[in-house]
Structures are given as C-alpha cells and as structure tokens.
Design a protein around this ligand. Structure first.
Ligand SMILES: [Zn+2]
Length: 50
C-alpha cells in the first residue's frame, strides 16, 4: 500500500494519507483536507512510502 506521511502546516499534526496512485517525489507540499483542522490546509509531505 502506498501512503504519504503528511504534516499540516496549520495545526502541526502528522497523519497518514493512503493513496492509490503513485506520484513523483518532487511534490513537497500538498493542499489537502486536514482531519484535525476539518478544512483544507497546506501540508508538508514528510515521507513517501510504497
Ligand atoms: Zn491541520
């Protein structure tokens, strides 16, 4: 299973996002829904795991 470890820049929480598609590692940030903030925020991609 492929997943990313994301860190929300707003609340600082890290969490795992399961992805069904591989993306290139040049992505270093992602605008995505944060389950802690309950809104879309910028995330740093800490780890990319396959
Ligand atoms: Zn957050």
């Amino acid at each position: 299973m492929t997943y990313w470890i994301l860190k929300c820049r707003t609340c600082g929480n890290t969490w795992r996002l399961n992805v069904s598609y591989p993306l290139k590692k040049e992505f270093t940030k992602l605008y995505h829904y944060c389950p802690f903030c309950k809104k879309n925020t910028f995330h740093d991609i800490l780890e990319y795991v396959e």
